[in-house]
Design a binder for this molecule. Structure first.
Ligand code: VGL
Ligand code: ZN
Length: 194
């Protein structure tokens, strides 16, 4: 199946930040594989969003507050900055999430203006990629679908934390189960000129 990019499509690039790449606080082992497909895709979409995990220093997901994760993506730190291998020239809107201390903020739709902005720009279908497949990519795609958008996850333009072996496959299965399509970036063809 191929997907021809349409004017009512958007690309949502999730959390391409230093802390989720190798060497970062919560580095995804295969994280670097996303750059080539994403930098190829982004210039061809009419609308591109980039989310940022953007936590307060005392976020409830951090281990010292009883959460599952090491300290990561504290707002305005180096770890929270976009990795420069993501070409921001093609990003129209940056969406900060996880800003609230007490919610995990995995989804780009959780307490953000993303859904409203997509609707305002008449977007009907979103392609989701970035980090990490088994957390924020999954949550963002599920919420997109629940909010009434058609959602497609680009599995090779995303990479998983894999806390347990098989987490990536389980996440993709859960997405398909919910009606989210799982495709590869090479299946996305065409170019919507601006
Ligand atoms: C994420 C764990 C904690 C993600 C964010 O971006 O997938 N994972 N916070
Ligand atoms: Zn986080």
């Amino acid at each position: 199946m191929t997907y021809e990019i349409r004017p009512d499509d958007a690309l949502v690039v999730v959390d391409v930040q230093h802390d989720f790449l190798p060497g970062g606080a919560l580095g995804v082992a295969e994280g670097e594989r996303i750059f080539e497909p994403i930098d190829d895709l982004a210039p061809r979409f009419g609308r591109v969003y980039a989310t940022r995990d953007w936590h307060p220093a005392d976020h409830s997901s951090f281990a010292q507050h009883g959460g599952p994760w090491p300290v990561h993506c504290v707002a305005n730190t180096h770890g929270a900055a976009f990795d420069p291998r993501l070409d921001l020239a093609h990003v129209d809107v940056v969406v900060d999430k996880g800003v609230d201390r007490d919610t995990d903020g995995y989804s780009g739709f959780a307490a953000t203006s993303l859904a409203a902005d997509l609707r305002e720009h008449n977007v009907r279908r979103v392609f989701v990629c970035g980090l990490a497949t088994d957390y924020c990519v999954k949550a963002t795609a599920l919420d997109a679908q629940a909010a009434g958008f058609e959602a497609v996850v680009l599995e090779d333009a995303a990479a998983a934390v894999n806390v347990e072996p098989g987490d990536e496959e389980r996440a993709l299965a859960q997405l398909r189960q919910a009606g989210v399509a799982v495709a590869r970036s090479g299946d996305v063809v065409g170019n919507v000129s601006r």
